[in-house]
Design a binder for this molecule. Sequence first.
Ligand SMILES: C[S@@+](CC[C@H](N)C(=O)[O-])C[C@H]1O[C@@H](n2cnc3c(N)ncnc32)[C@H](O)[C@@H]1O
Length: 311
Amino acid sequence: MSSHDRPVSGHPQDGTAIDWAQLGPLLERGAALQTPLYEQAAGWLRDLLIPDVASDTGAVAGAVAGEDAVGRILDVGSGPGVVSCLLARAFPAAEVCAVDANEALLERARARAARLGLDGRIHTHLAEVPYGLDSLGGGDLIWSSRALHHVGDQRGAVAALAGHLRPGGLLAVSEGGLAPRFLPRDIGIGRPGLQSRLDAAAEDWFTEMRAALPDTTGAIEDWPAFLADAGLRTPRTRSFLLDLPAPLSADARHYIQANLTRAMELYGDQLDPDDLSTLARLTDPYDPAGITRRPDAFLLAAQTVHTARAQ
Ligand SMILES: C[S@@+](CC[C@H](N)C(=O)[O-])C[C@H]1O[C@@H](n2cnc3c(N)ncnc32)[C@H](O)[C@@H]1O
């Protein structure tokens, strides 16, 4: 079987396999909440790709000089297409292709694009990276957020994406940052410092998840080095902040509640009984100490973006 006709297979069916279709609503809600963060990142990518725009006063009928430089964007591992739509808005001359290994998520991406009136400029493509991108014609910008860590050979995946850049194109990989924070250290129930213990359990789960991926490699997760190894130039890294202070919207509260519920399912067995009962209270919609009711919940997160350019 050649690298181009490898079937879309999803992830291995073990304890760390992810049901992406079932996660769709949570992914979409989470990415939508992160809109301010992604908008900052998209603005930075615009400055890198169309540097004259900031000083350019010659906007004509909605077009900006240099805008045509970005005619094609690939959003690889797009999930439900929230960022695909934001990129379409940030680069009005571009057509955006949302690429994902899960058809149900691509269906969500198409529905979202249609709701936002962007369906003429966003299309979808089913592929399991690093395979299945040859027919797309490359990209002036290839964006991939929080997807490549689900590929066994991350360095190889970066190299594969770099190979699909058009001349002068930019590869932007959003991986890493800071674990989100959403509660004070002492929340009045259970042992203080719950979030740090959740982070530690999540790290162990993540390591197991990566170890179970097909063709997994143990490379140091040095994303700028992966970009350099792929022959790309002018590396840049920046991190962007999501800062939603208390009082949180109901939407954000439900997002955190769903994440905590998922944490219990994925790595609850790593936590002690005291922390498990705290989580049970936090996720209880009727408990006044629960995340949907307490006044002190906030959402603070940082996401890192690594970029480099083709010659
Ligand atoms: C955590 S979600 C991120 C979604 C979106 N990029 C975002 O930042 O909101 C990871 C996505 O990567 C996709 N994915 C995982 N492995 C993939 C692969 N080998 N090829 C293409 N997509 C993949 C999943 O289906 C899922 O949609």
